[in-house]
Write a protein that binds this ligand. Structure first.
Ligand code: SF4
Length: 901
């Protein structure tokens, strides 16, 4: 359909003729072109064009003539009917709502294919030889027909078939039809148009005068070339209408948006994204923020929802009637996290019940509680879908949805579309059914998932569409992306509920490669006739695999050529973000810093991390776990060891005391584990986990600690001086509040600083010049009274399962004399001795880190990229991934993974 055809359609419409298009998109596009032409003629008002897409045409023709009283089912109603039939016939296969809906969708689709391609198979006898899944579907179809007959219902897929005899019997005069945008006219459509009377198809126009086939190195350079080409076209003719065809638009939507925003804008253009380009196909309504929020709120009034859903819902402000309410809700969720009260799922009641030290807004609590009570009251008995559809928006209004902030135009349209979908669900009462709330909610979820949402067209300069959706569209120029051998002709799966022989004979989609080839040929020829200039492109490599050009395209457009210089050499426009070197530093006031030693560890790992965590309070959120997290297990271990080494009356203090309890060690440990669990087991784990789980945790801890104490009993005699000792360290005017796991006095009267770890840590993390961890050196240098005491060593106590994993690792002055007499020269403790030089160097390094922190040094500079960043979790804040360090910038740290116990 080229320029000549467009003129022909315009003349037809101006004469008051009726145009029938293959799709709604084609109808809209022709209407837009018609209106543009009238405006170009200087008109300010003109009669509306008479354009109907195929489905609307059939419905209108039926409603004008089909007065036999049957109700035409809409999509939701028909799907519900199929779901009921599938569930009755195969209760086991359809036990879960999702599986039942999928089967119902497949059955509905198979019925639609039969109606469109092989209506003779609607006769049950013609299906008698079908077996297996096809036989099951055939039986469902019999039930479907009987249900429709008994309830006087008519499937929309049957409308054309029912219309044919009606039209043949009706001798009234009907206006001739002009058909536009049909890649092929199916048998049923042909019969219907013939019964209608005169009709003609818009002929294909002349093939494009300029056809090119480009070869790019990879998909992203292909996409950039296309965007640059659009830019050149629009620079030459700002009023040009361009069509970009791509097959995997749903997968590459984000990538395409970025490429067009970055490369397709013409200099000086103030055009916003929506007037520059738009997608022909929408996204599922369930993926649109406001619709997703509505669904979550409704579920939450009745069922638990995941913690990340609660977090998302509240942080998007969709349940807040005022801005302050929104901030308070976010603060409440943060407080839950800080207090370690996170859960994998939250009921509304549990959420309201918490006391994390932050208050929920009273008005919000009142609204949510009231909405929940109303729902409980209303849901006591099944209701008609109409009643549920009226009730649902009321509850959401009450909960504050869609929030206090003013809605942007697209959000407003999405809210409207969501409300329409709720109204559509009211039609599920067509058979007088009454349903439970959960059933209505499941139907609404399904409808929201199936509904595609596309914001109103802004008549953008670039339209991005799939090959089939582009039927009936014309443009000043077209670019077809992804014309490689595997992708074009497009293959696809055939329908699983219909026999292959039937599909082949009826020519159903993807029934054979020959059919795919024929259809793709028709589409390609149609595209060639839809614009004076058509470009195809493919990339030589796809996902690291070599790709070949489409044979079909090569036949019509000759062999592909490398991208021309202006499309290949990236004309990278000036970035929208102006970057500058931010050398400013905002000093931290001398005094207390939060986080203890971790602030200086962070300063060493990456100055921005220290700034973000200690000064901005930024925090990475691990997903909540129903059981104990690694951190909670570590805290329990600390609590048990503290209880054991706390001294009399219940604990012990010395190596000798440990030796004395060897025969009852297990019972001794068990007793302390019980105390530790009682005091420190998070309430969440107690409430959410079965008692068997808690018993297993207890047994695991008893074994772990018993084995550790056996290991410690092989030490040279020692005395535990302190456990969990609080200390304050002043370092270059920075005050840090510390807690030391344990300090032992060794046999030579020196002190051993011990830090319990359950992960795989290594003393190499203290290596200078840029340590990955400064905790123990900092304790040793700044928290002990070095005037009166002499340091004997600092060690990680690796309390882990397995004999080879269990050990002290660190630096000790004389490990053989003070720790284990049997140590050999190969032992790490023997190889790495603590020296006065080490201590002095650590002191200097730590003081420098403190000075840097106080000075406000906050560069994004990870010590060992990307390893340091993987353990950090602040990527969203520092945006390191947008500007990763170049290899020569990175420091080659060799610190091992440290898993804090
Ligand atoms: S993610 Fe990496 S660069 Fe970003 S703050 Fe953390 S350590 Fe620094």
């Amino acid at each position: 359909m080229g320029a000549r055809s467009a003129v022909e359609i315009d003349a037809w419409l101006r004469g008051g003729g009726l145009v029938v298009t293959a799709s709604e998109r084609a109808a809209r596009s022709i209407a837009a072109a018609f209106n543009r032409s009238r405006r170009a003629e200087g008109l300010t008002a003109w009669p509306a064009s008479n354009i109907q897409d195929w489905q609307t045409f059939a419905r209108n023709a039926w409603s004008e003539r089909g007065s036999d009283g049957r109700v035409v089912l809409n999509g939701l109603q028909e799907q519900a009917l199929w779901a009921g039939i599938v569930a009755a016939a195969s209760p086991q296969a359809a036990q879960l709502a999702g599986a039942r809906d999928r089967l119902a969708d497949l059955a509905m689709e198979a019925h639609g294919l039969i109606c469109a391609y092989a209506p003779q198979l609607l006769n049950q006898k013609a299906r008698s030889a079908w077996d297996q899944d096809a036989a099951a579907f055939s039986a469902w179809l019999v039930d479907f027909d009987e249900t429709c007959r008994a309830a006087n219902l008519l499937s929309a897929a049957r409308l054309p078939l029912e219309l044919i005899p009606t039209l043949e019997a009706d001798s009234s005069t009907r206006p001739p039809l002009l058909l536009a945008g049909f890649d092929r006219i199916l048998r049923t459509q042909q019969a219907l148009f013939a019964a209608w009377g005169d009709y003609a198809e818009v002929p294909l126009g002349d093939a494009a005068s300029r056809i090119e086939f480009h070869q790019a190195a990879d998909p992203s350079s292909e996409l950039v070339a296309c965007a640059l080409w659009c830019k050149r076209q629009l620079a030459a003719n700002p009023k040009a209408r361009l069509l970009v065809i791509t097959q995997d638009v749903s997968k590459r939507r984000g990538e395409m948006e970025r490429a067009f925003l970055r490369f397709a804008r013409t200099e000086g253009s103030a055009a916003g994204p929506s007037s520059l380009f738009e997608f022909s196909l929408g996204v599922p309504l369930s993926q649109v923020t406001t619709a997703r929020g509505a669904g979550l709120l409704l579920r939450w009034l009745d069922r638990p929802i995941d913690e990340h859903e609660v977090d998302w819902l509240l942080s998007t402000g969709q349940a807040a009637a005022r801005r302050e309410e929104s901030s308070a809700l976010i603060a409440y969720v943060r407080a839950l996290r800080r207090r370690n009260l996170q859960r994998t799922r939250w009921t509304l009641a549990d959420f309201l019940r918490q006391k994390p030290g932050a208050e929920l807004p009273a008005a919000w609590v009142a609204r949510m509680t009231h909405a929940q009570r109303r729902l409980q009251e209303f849901a006591r008995r099944p209701q008609s879908p109409l009643a549920w559809a009226e009730f649902t928006p009321q509850m959401l209004d009450e909960a504050g949805w869609p929030g206090a902030r003013p809605l942007a135009s697209t959000e407003f349209q999405a809210v409207r579309r969501w409300r329409q979908t709720v109204d559509d669900c009211a039609s599920l009462g067509f058979d007088g059914r009454r349903i439970e709330w959960q059933e209505f909610l499941a139907a609404l979820d399904h409808a929201v998932n199936e509904t595609l949402f596309a914001p109103e067209s802004q008549d953008a300069a670039i339209l991005i569409a799939g090959p089939a959706e582009s039927a009936g569209l014309t443009a000043d120029a077209i670019w077809f992306l992804g014309a490689n051998e595997e992708a074009w002709p497009a293959g696809g799966a055939t329908h699983p509920l219909l026999p292959l022989a039937v599909k082949r004979e009826a020519g159903m989609p993807h029934a054979s490669p020959k059919l795919d080839w024929e259809l793709a040929t028709v589409m390609t020829r149609r595209l060639l006739a839809s614009a004076p200039e058509v470009h195809f492109s493919f990339s030589r490599q796809n996902d690291g695999v070599d790709a070949r050009p489409s044979r079909l395209v090569a036949q019509l457009a000759d062999a592909p050529q490398p991208l021309s210089a202006e499309l290949a050499a990236l004309e990278i426009p000036a970035p929208l973000t102006v970057s500058f070197d931010d050398a400013s530093q905002i000093p931290f006031p001398p005094g207390d810093a939060p986080g203890g030693a971790s602030v200086l560890t962070a300063q060493s790992q990456c100055p921005f991390k220290a700034f973000a965590t200690a000064r901005l309070g930024a925090q990475d959120w691990e997903p909540a776990e129903a059981g104990l997290t690694a951190q909670e297990r570590g805290q329990l271990l600390h609590a048990v060891l503290h209880s054991i080494w706390a001294g009399p009356p219940d604990g012990i203090r010395t190596h000798a005391e440990l030796a004395n309890i060897q025969d009852r060690l297990s019972a001794f440990v068990k007793d302390h584990v019980r105390r530790g669990l009682q005091a420190k087991m998070p309430s969440r784990a107690r409430e959410c986990m079965p008692s068997k789980y808690l018993e297993l945790e207890e047994a695991r801890l008893v074994e772990l600690v018993t084995e550790w104490l056996r290991y410690e009993s092989s030490r040279v005699p020692f005395t535990v001086l302190e456990t969990e000792q609080k200390a304050t360290a002043s370092i270059a005017e920075l005050t840090l509040h510390l807690r030391l796991d344990r300090i032992d006095r060794l046999i030579d009267d020196t002190l051993l600083v011990i830090d319990y770890k359950s992960g795989n840590v290594s003393p190499s993390s203290w290596d200078l010049p840029r340590p990955d961890d400064v905790q123990l050196p900092l304790y040793a240098e700044f928290a002990l009274d070095c005037e009166t005491e002499r340091l004997g060593g600092l060690v990680f106590a690796k309390v882990r399962t397995g004999e080879s994993n269990r050990e002290f690792a660190g630096c000790v002055r004389d490990a053989k004399t003070t720790l284990f007499p049997g140590l050999t020269g190969n032992s790490g403790l023997m190889r790495r001795k603590l020296t006065g030089e080490d201590m002095a160097a650590w002191r200097a390094c730590i003081e420098q880190l403190a000075r840097n922190f106080l000075a406000g040094q906050a560069e994004v500079d990870p010590r060992d990229y990307p390893k340091t960043c993987v353990r950090c979790g602040l990527q969203a804040l520092c945006r390191i991934e947008e500007n990763p360090p170049q290899p020569e910038d990175t420091n080659s740290g060799d610190g091992e993974e440290a898993d804090n116990a």
